[in-house]
Design a protein around this ligand. Structure first.
Ligand SMILES: N=C(N)NCCCC(=O)O
Ligand SMILES: [Zn+2]
Ligand SMILES: [Zn+2]
Length: 330
């Protein structure tokens, strides 16, 4: 037995990651953070799952290889998160649920498959953190979440608005998930927010549409001008106490921090800023999260993979701590 448990002994707590003092980190098959597979435990509080899908992209492809790259880049993560003062894998059962096998040739079919698989996984795991895949997958993930919780506040970290209407006549792409989600009534129009938005748009109308669709914007320029603390304040005020879904497009980071992505834009956040934003959400009611748009072919030295693996780690920590709080309240 090379897996540690919450209390150091088998059978007395959550099954933790493979112990790096027994099996070197670089050995063995990669699950996220070397966690157990979902098949190895009776039930999970938090499941990390991959969606290797990139048929919705408008520019550089390759995010179908995102989940395996992020797993491979997560081998060095350790079990205690000092920034949140939580040992996520000890206070909750966190697992890797593998990948949803989705159709690479038919977007509409893939989107149905993701919704179905997420709904099914929701029966075995209380909360899901999804690794993409391109941003198209946020639409079926939000459909699955809204079925359970009703319209949710969407906290969307991204260089892009992703509230555009169609590309080449296609309504379901990685540039359109939040317009479709808003039209379908999946999001709370009073509490949703983009963070880190920047770069050229098609026209000023994009911003007017975006506001009508229910989003406010804390732009990358705002973060630079007013600092992270003021940005966090605005973001937190906007989402309030609504059920919260967090969607992180890794291109919210500057290409200097995350080159491995399909539609990079100059002038983005640092990984330090993004991690800080996430760590500020410890008191929110989080119903799900995703980290998307990691495209390994454009990555260098695992920079993007490592950034994404740490983003997932902060999200998992928030959800593990929340699971512990919920258990305490029972
Ligand atoms: N969701 C991401 N990463 N990008 C959307 C870009 C849409 C466009 O090509 O204008
Ligand atoms: Zn983006
Ligand atoms: Zn996006």
């Amino acid at each position: 037995m090379t897996e540690s448990t919450a209390h150091g002994q088998p059978g007395t707590g959550p099954v933790g990651p493979v112990d790096a003092s027994v099996v070197p980190r670089y050995a063995g098959i990669a699950t996220y953070a070397r966690l157990p597979r979902i098949e190895d435990v009776p039930r999970a509080d938090v499941a990390v799952v991959g969606v290797p899908f990139d048929t919705g992209v408008s520019y550089r492809p390759g995010t179908r290889f995102g989940p395996s790259h992020v797993r491979e880049s997560s081998r060095l993560l350790r079990p205690y998160n000092p920034a949140q003062d939580v040992s996520p894998f000890a206070v909750a059962q966190v697992v890797d649920a593998g990948d949803f096998p989705v159709n690479p040739f038919d977007i509409q079919e893939a989107v149905l498959e993701v919704e179905r698989a997420a709904t099914e996984l929701g029966e075995r795991a209380t909360r899901i953190v999804t690794i993409g895949g391109d941003h198209t997958i946020a639409l079926p993930l939000l459909r699955a979440v809204a079925k359970q919780h009703g319209p949710v506040a969407v906290l969307h970290f991204d260089a892009h608005l992703d509230t555009w209407d169609t590309y080449f006549g296609a309504p379901v792409t990685h540039g359109t998930p939040f317009r479709r989600a808003s039209e379908e009534g999946l999001i709370d129009l009073t509490a949703s927010c983009h963070v880190g938005t920047r770069g050229p748009l098609y026209s000023k109308q994009d911003l007017e549409d975006d506001e009508r669709l229910g989003f406010s914007i804390v732009s990358s320029e705002y973060v630079e001008e007013h600092g992270a603390e003021a940005a966090i304040q605005r973001m937190r005020d906007r989402i309030g106490d609504k059920p919260l879904y967090i969607s992180v497009d890794i291109d919210v980071l500057d290409p200097a921090h995350a080159p491995g992505t399909g539609t990079p834009e100059a002038g983005g956040l640092t990984s330090r800023e993004l991690l800080r934003f996430l760590r500020s959400l410890g008191d929110k009611h989080i119903v799900g999260a995703d980290v998307v748009e990691v495209s390994p072919a454009y990555d260098h030295a695992q920079m993007t993979g490592i950034a994404a693996s740490h983003v997932v780690y902060e999200l998992v920590t928030l959800l593990a701590a929340q699971a512990e709080r919920m258990r305490g309240a029972e």
